[in-house]
Design a protein around this ligand. Structure first.
Ligand code: GRF
Length: 208
């Protein structure tokens, strides 16, 4: 059983897709051992509790400095001995230490086709605003492994989504979530849990 720890900051629809994926048998050999939010008000925490999953908030606001926050965050992760950490809309830059400790064991979902519309400052609705500003006709979502950079780690799965003429950032965000994010994030976890993926020379290789 792959022990999965999910980090969230907001609504938690991606978390819900993982919970449902496990329940419906689309994700096998995996269990969620803990959900961590950096934000007390995150609805994702309610979703975790409703599903009977251990959930807690580690907010920077509750600590005197960044170092103390990071220490508690690392501790909250390590307590559960996860095999995989999933960043599902997690808006915190991870503590440096975690990259080495969990090399090739952290994945993130990003709401564009990397390397477009990614990197520092590209999060949430901003990603879709920029895509609409540029006038792209196709966007999508990417699951990638996480390294020290912002959205620079090995690309794992991508799915394209069409942009429509009258899209607003909100309508585009919704379509990208429904048509791409909620599909490829659970699939990525299922593939890792079943040994279907490896990383060679910084690139993801799918095995089956
Ligand atoms: C998603 O668009 C994800 O790609 C982005 O943040 C959003 C999280 O949404 N990084 P939710 O909390 O899973 O509903």
């Amino acid at each position: 059983m792959l022990r999965v720890l999910v980090c969230v900051s907001g609504g938690g629809t991606n978390l819900q897709a993982i919970i449902d994926g496990i329940r419906q048998g689309n994700i096998t050999n995996a269990e969620i051992v803990r959900v961590i939010s950096n934000n007390h008000g995150a609805y994702a925490l309610e979703r975790a509790k409703a599903a009977g999953i251990d959930a807690l908030c580690v907010s920077p606001k509750d600590f005197p400095d960044r170092e103390a926050f990071h220490e508690r965050l690392i501790e909250a992760v390590e307590e559960k001995k996860p095999d995989l950490i999933v960043l599902a809309g997690f808006l915190v830059v991870l503590p440096e230490k975690m990259f080495a400790r969990y090399a090739n064991r952290i994945i993130n979902i990003h709401p564009s086709l990397i390397p477009s519309f990614c990197g520092t400052g590209f999060y949430g609705l901003k990603v879709h605003e920029k895509a609409l500003e540029r006038g792209v006709k196709v966007t999508g979502a990417t699951v990638h492994f996480v390294d020290e950079g912002t959205d620079t780690g090995p690309i794992f799965l991508q799915k394209a989504v069409m942009v429509e003429q009258d899209d607003t950032p909100e309508t585009l965000q919704k379509r990208v979530m429904e048509q791409a994010e909620w599909e490829i994030l659970p699939r990525a976890i299922h593939m890792i849990a079943n040994g279907d993926v490896t990383i060679e020379n910084g690139r993801v290789r799918l095995l089956n």
